[in-house]
Design a binder for this molecule. Structure first.
Ligand SMILES: NC(=O)CC[C@H](N)C(=O)O
Length: 259
């Protein structure tokens, strides 16, 4: 049976159909629900095996990108989200979704009440919106989404607040040691970006493009692998035919169908 993916939509979300296409191509059945509808209905989230928080400009990025979407997750849907996390089901937040997962305290690890935030996503170092293609190296073997991926992924970024930073400089190293760094920004040949712009498009510490939680089921990433799933989407498809974003979604769907 195809695993069912629940895709959340808030006003201003715009990559919901893109991620839906990627997941369906990877073998899932998807439903896009406006959070407004979810608040007013009694949809049973436990009928879904995957939870997706897509990219966009939810609530016009008011008070900081992803912050109000984060409130949806922690205020309106606390129980459903906690159940998803506790069950170890695959969860992915892409770009605005990553911002929501970080600002809700779900990533990098579940934040307890009163605990200090260990990481954030802030304004790009360039001080402007970055819309460009980047190359990613999948790293984490703990993260179910990136486990076993060997090929680099080419895909676009499109964000103003994608600069991943940590409150304690040592914490970035901890994330590496705990195998929570899922994806890194690299040069097109896979060499680390080493902070160099534009390979690292936003100034993220240690070239971190995506992280997972300690359990490895929740992935958050700034770039958009869902926008490189068909050959015609790649600007350099003659030379780089093997750097699609689809394998990441196949991993998530495979895991969901086994559990
Ligand atoms: N593509 C996106 O999800 C963008 C996220 C957010 N609106 C930003 O600009 O940072």
């Amino acid at each position: 049976m195809k695993p069912k993916a629940l895709i959340l939509f808030a006003s201003g979300t715009n990559r919901d159909h893109d991620v839906s296409d990627a997941l369906e191509l990877a073998g899932a059945e998807t439903t896009i629900y406006p959070v407004k509808y979810l608040r007013e209905s009694n949809v049973d989230w436990s009928a879904y095996q995957m939870l997706i928080i897509p990219g966009g400009f939810s609530y016009a990025d008011a008070l900081g990108a992803g912050r109000l979407f984060a409130l949806d997750l922690t205020a309106y849907f606390t129980g459903q989200v906690q159940n998803f996390l506790a069950a170890g089901k695959p969860v992915i937040g892409i770009c605005n979704g990553f911002q929501a997962l970080v600002k809700s305290g779900i990533l990098p690890e579940m934040r307890m009440a009163g605990e200090r935030q260990k990481a954030t996503l802030t304004f790009n170092q360039s001080n402007h919106f970055e819309c460009r293609w980047v190359t990613l190296k999948p790293v984490s073997q703990k993260c179910l989404w990136t486990q076993g991926l060997t090929a680099l992924i080419d895909c676009p970024v499109a964000h103003g607040e994608g600069n991943f930073q940590v409150s304690d400089p040592g914490y970035a190293e901890t994330l590496f040691q705990q195998d929570q760094v899922a994806l890194l920004y690299t040069y097109p040949d896979g060499a680390l970006a080493d902070g160099k712009y534009p390979m690292n498009p936003n100034g993220s510490i240690r070239d971190i493009a995506g992280i997972c939680n300690q359990q490895g089921n929740v992935l958050g990433l700034m770039p958009h692998p869902e926008n490189n799933i068909f050959p015609y989407q790649t600007p350099d498809r003659a030379n780089r035919p093997d750097h699609f974003g689809l394998p990441l979604f196949i991993n998530g769907v495979r895991y969901a169908s086994q559990s």
